[in-house]
Design a protein. Structure first.
Length: 266
């Protein structure tokens, strides 16, 4: 299974949009795709019409099982989206309490990794929608994935957030001896706005070669698709936003996967 984490410490930069849109495209290509909602706010869970406040099996259940020393049993938590080849592991608001509950308990940084290993025969891809804070959930996401995707809104405040996040993530990866290829994805780009253009120039100058050479434009269709609970690649495959994510997959992400690791469904 190929696992990518979609992360940024700043909220509102397009993490959930990126996760859902990429997931929808992969599913449409016949790849069995699992979306993992690690954010206690549960935006991805809400996207598909489920309540992160509900007392149903969720990602939190897996950590609860791990606390007792039991192996994670994800089957009950996997939830259908209603779209072919696309499932998700829902979030729970209780995820916000994990850092306090777990303290320095050992082994909790690998709960998600072990969970996805158990699901390796059922899915070709897993995309993790990460929380905007650095803690045990982010450590789990980094330990479980082979690539980090960082959406960054093309505005100056987002640059500051990115600087802090990259510094902290590098610290965690060094401590955990993790090396991850990283793709920074400029989002919400408006070519008619000088501040967007200038921010994009700074982003590419400062973080080259990790910044994708294209960008995801402002597209109101993302909002409409979210309201309907449908990935935009399914709701409106001809939209400008979907075209951008198709380029991202074809130019950067999919070519980085070893051919033998690609699914036979591709």
């Amino acid at each position: 299974m190929n696992v990518w984490s979609v992360a940024n410490q700043k909220g509102g930069v397009g993490k959930t949009t990126t996760t859902v849109t990429l997931g929808g495209i992969l599913a449409q290509r016949g790849l069995r795709t699992l979306l993992v909602d690690l954010d206690p706010h549960g935006s991805l869970t809400s996207y598909f019409g489920h309540d992160p406040d509900a007392s149903t099996p969720s990602v939190y259940t897996l950590f609860d099982q791990a606390k007792t020393g039991a192996a994670p049993e994800p089957a009950a938590a996997i939830t259908a989206t209603g779209f072919e080849n696309l499932s998700f592991l829902p979030a729970s608001m209780a995820l916000a309490t994990l850092d306090r509950q777990l303290g320095a308990r050992g082994g909790m940084g690998l709960v998600l990794s072990r969970t996805l290993q158990r699901l390796g025969d059922q899915f070709d891809f897993a995309l993790i929608d990460c929380p905007p804070v650095l803690g045990v959930l982010m450590v789990n996401a980094l330990a479980a994935c082979q690539r980090l995707v960082v959406p960054v809104q093309t505005e100056f405040l987002a640059l500051k957030g990115l600087e802090r996040m990259i510094r902290t993530l590098n610290m965690i990866m060094r401590a955990k001896k993790i090396e991850l290829p990283t793709t920074i994805v400029p989002t919400m780009f408006d070519s008619a706005t000088w501040s967007c253009i200038e921010t994009l120039q700074v982003l590419r100058r400062r973080y080259k070669p990790d910044v994708w050479r294209s960008e995801v434009p402002v597209d109101n269709q993302f909002r409409e698709a979210s309201r309907a609970g449908i990935p935009l690649s399914i709701a409106n495959p001809g939209s400008a936003g979907v075209a951008a994510y198709l380029r991202l997959l074809d130019e950067i992400l999919l070519p980085s996967i070893e051919p033998q690791a690609r699914s036979v469904h591709a």
